[in-house]
Design a protein around this ligand. Structure first.
Ligand code: ADP
Ligand code: CIR
Length: 346
């Protein structure tokens, strides 16, 4: 482990945004700064230093991180989202503005649809800099608010602490719960005091879920089998407004909803389908070309950094900042329509 006040020498073949944008000169200008929560540059970059296969490699500890270390965060934000320092974020969660009739009503391709947003509680540090007490207070506040939800959003909060290994393994395998021990989050300080303060809320059907104190303090999730993307978005939009009435979220005009990973800023939304595209996937070049054209990301089906299984992929919007929530889902929808057409033509 190198001295934490020395520039970390990263291998020449490292492809992360951290490696690309952190020069020795920039490191020297930022290394002695810290935010009012005591968060330092070395903490912000630790995930990318310890995991040289990171795509991004940096995390913010609080709102101030984005300004104190703007020399590093701004170019990463600009490159990932195509969003400059002068731009303002915009929001639109109105399902009426989404044009998304089910692209696969017979269920030939789309296995399931999921849309999530990240949220963090206003006036508190983000996960990488939060204290144990602050994290536990959030769990208390958020689970209390969730337990007051009614109708189709009514459900139960299950703390991770005390959950049987069989239950958590099943929830993870079924794509409902976050996995434990993620090395990227570990190095970012996001797994401190695990599993205390973490948990999952869900309704009986498991179509509405909230992860508490994972990478962000809340991950609000709507999901169901099949390709009715508009129904999934409508449920999510309703749930966000119900929760927002009780829990104040961290938001700025420039960066939108604040999140610990800069790729999630803005809408903090990832709208995805699990979709079987075996023929298209046999030619990754064409598959990736369509994904790029519609600003989409291709992941495996057990979450980020996982592999595909049986030709089924996770296709989601890549841009989240400077575009509205409706535009995020529309990106995914339009791209999925194009991918299904390409698959049928092969
Ligand atoms: P995030 O949504 O936070 O970016 P991941 O990529 O790690 O995180 O995915 C979280 C979980 O959600 C994983 O278990 C993944 O399999 C599941 N998931 C993502 N998209 C879908 C989908 N369309 N249908 C079913 N499960 C999904
Ligand atoms: C990484 O840098 O690979 C992880 N910290 C995750 C980055 C965010 N995810 C993404 O861009 N898909």
């Amino acid at each position: 482990m190198n001295d934490k006040n020395e520039f970390p020498e990263l291998p020449a073949d490292c492809k992360s945004q951290l490696c690309k944008h952190l020069s020795k000169e920039l490191f020297e200008t930022l290394k002695d700064k810290e935010t009012s929560n005591g968060f330092t540059l070395r903490q912000a970059i630790n995930s990318g230093v310890e995991n040289i296969d990171s795509g991004i490699g940096v995390y913010a500890g609080d709102e101030e991180s984005y300004t104190t270390f703007s020399g590093l965060f701004d170019p990463i934000i600009e490159e990932y989202h195509g969003f400059s320092k002068e731009d303002k974020h915009k929001s639109n969660l109105d399902p009426a503005d989404l044009n998304a009739p089910n692209p696969d009503p017979d269920g030939d391709f789309i296995v399931s649809t999921r849309i999530r947003v990240g949220r963090n509680v206003a006036d508190l540090p983000l996960g990488p800099a939060i204290s144990r007490d602050q994290r536990n207070d959030i769990e208390h506040q958020v689970s209390g608010a969730l337990n007051g939800l009614t109708g189709s959003l009514a459900g139960t909060y299950f703390p991770l602490q005390g959950m049987s290994e069989a239950d958590s393994t099943q929830l993870i395998a079924d794509h409902f719960l976050f996995k434990a021990g993620d090395r990227f989050l570990e190095a970012a300080g996001l797994n401190r005091d695990w599993p205390e303060g973490r948990g999952i809320y869900h309704n009986d059907e498991k179509t509405f879920l909230v992860w508490v104190n994972e990478e962000d303090q809340l991950r609000i999730i709507s999901m169901q089998m099949g390709g009715d993307i508009k129904e999934v978005f409508t449920r999510l939009s309703n749930a966000i407004s119900e929760i927002e009435q009780q829990v104040p979220f961290s938001y700025t005009e420039h960066l939108g909803y604040l999140t610990s990973c800069p790729t999630n800023l803005g809408t903090a939304m990832r709208a995805s389908v699990h979709i079987a595209l075996p023929k298209l996937a046999a030619d990754m070049e064409v598959f990736e070309k369509i994904a790029d054209q519609y600003h989409l990301q291709i992941r495996g089906i057990h979450g980020e950094h996982s592999e595909s299984e049986g030709g089924v992929y996770d296709i989601s919007n890549r841009r989240r900042l400077g575009v509205t929530e409706v535009e995020c889902v529309q990106d995914m929808y339009d791209g999925v329509v194009a991918m299904i057409a390409a698959e049928k033509a092969l």
